[in-house]
Design a protein around this ligand. Structure first.
Ligand code: MG
Length: 362
């Protein structure tokens, strides 16, 4: 989409800075696709008539969970997307790379909103001033971890699950009968869907992405068979895939990640298409305070009826790049400052930056 469609003049964009950041996690995050030990992430800073804006790329370090990855995002931003932005061209001339596009679009939107002294939440049409916090625990989670999350006030606990490890969810349900619980399979039940029956009487909010991303027909069969709602995460790349999923009745909920769908405009279209049809929750990608601010603002829209993967900064980082997002009574405050409401702390940003590239007009 041309940036002019964002209602934003291209004239004032002077330069775009890319920063690659390495931020240690307080604890490794173990999933079916690997173990994250630090957040290796690309930030985008734009300067628009002297007003800066920030965006964070959701891509992880390796292309194992999604096809995008940090070094690839850096390259496509530097060589293809930023030059197009500066030339006023359509970012969608580049195929795919939605997370990289989202980072760039969000940075421009942040600058525009800061210039207008408006918050992202207000711009998106948020109806909440705080959102319920949920936690996603990795495959190494223990019963004590579930108990600790409940004691900290998280409104929902999501456990990663793979075939043969359903026992952790059974134990969690036995220990916490009233806790909102959810399973995320990250596609691990492809070819083994019958094993999901072990989860179907636990009263889970949903079972997320049991099968592969492209298998909408398989998810439709599961949706018809299981009492527990099936949620789609990796499958939903755009409004077009959401439309296919709705027509096939392939899910009863969507995990919406704005980076995965190419940015906030597409995310809001998906939100709007889900309202009145299926449930919705907001996912996360181990964001720093920059990307987390965006997720929280998005999750403040009225269509999000399930608790998302929205945790405070301390869930992942001892020292966040920004003023931290805090857990208060099981909720996170929606930032209400101009733009995304968060800015990197200069000293932390400098210490955690491992590479910088400035891309100016060609
Ligand atoms: Mg997921």
């Amino acid at each position: 989409m041309p940036l002019s469609h964002l209602g934003f003049s291209l004239v004032g964009i002077r330069a775009v800075e890319l920063r690659r950041i390495a931020l240690p996690l307080v604890r490794p995050f173990v999933t079916a696709h690997g173990t994250e030990r630090e957040r290796d992430v690309v930030l985008v800073r734009v300067d628009v008539d002297g007003v800066e804006g920030w965006g964070e790329c959701a891509a992880l370090a390796a292309p194992t969970y999604t096809s995008e990855w940090t070094a690839g995002a850096w390259a496509v931003l530097r060589e293809h997307l930023v030059p197009r932005l500066l030339a006023g061209a359509d970012l969608d001339e580049v195929a795919g790379h939605r997370m990289a596009k989202a980072a760039l679009r969000n940075a421009v939107l942040d600058a525009r909103l800061r210039a207008e002294d408006r918050s992202l939440a207000a711009h998106l049409g948020a109806t909440r001033t705080a959102v319920p916090a949920g936690i996603a625990l990795g495959l190494d989670a223990t019963p004590d971890d579930v108990g600790a999350a409940a004691a900290q006030g998280y409104r929902r606990v999501k456990l990663k699950v793979v075939p043969g490890q359903e026992g952790a969810l059974v134990l969690a349900r036995e220990a916490h009968p009233a806790l909102r619980l959810q399973a995320d399979a990250n596609g691990a039940y492809a070819g083994n869907a019958v094993a999901l029956d072990a989860l179907d009487d636990l009263g889970l909010d949903c079972i997320e992405q049991p099968l592969g991303a492209a298998d909408l027909v398989g998810h439709a069969a599961l949706t018809a068979r299981l009492r527990t709602p099936v949620a789609l995460d990796e499958s939903i790349a755009s409004t077009a895939t959401l439309d296919a999923a709705l027509r096939l009745a392939a899910c009863r909920a969507v995990n919406l990640k704005q980076g995965r769908v190419g940015g906030l405009d597409e995310a809001v279209r998906i939100h709007d298409a889900c309202v009145g049809e299926i449930s919705l929750f907001c996912g996360g990608m181990l964001e720093t305070g920059i990307g987390r601010a965006v997720n929280i603002a998005l999750a403040a829209l009225p269509g999000f009826d399930l608790v998302g993967d929205l945790s405070p900064s301390a869930r992942w980082y001892e020292e966040d790049l920004t003023e931290p997002h805090l857990l208060v009574d099981g909720t996170l405050a929606v930032p209400d400052g101009p733009g995304i409401g968060r800015t990197p702390i200069e000293g932390v940003l400098r210490r955690r930056t491992v590479a910088t590239a400035l891309v100016g007009p060609g």
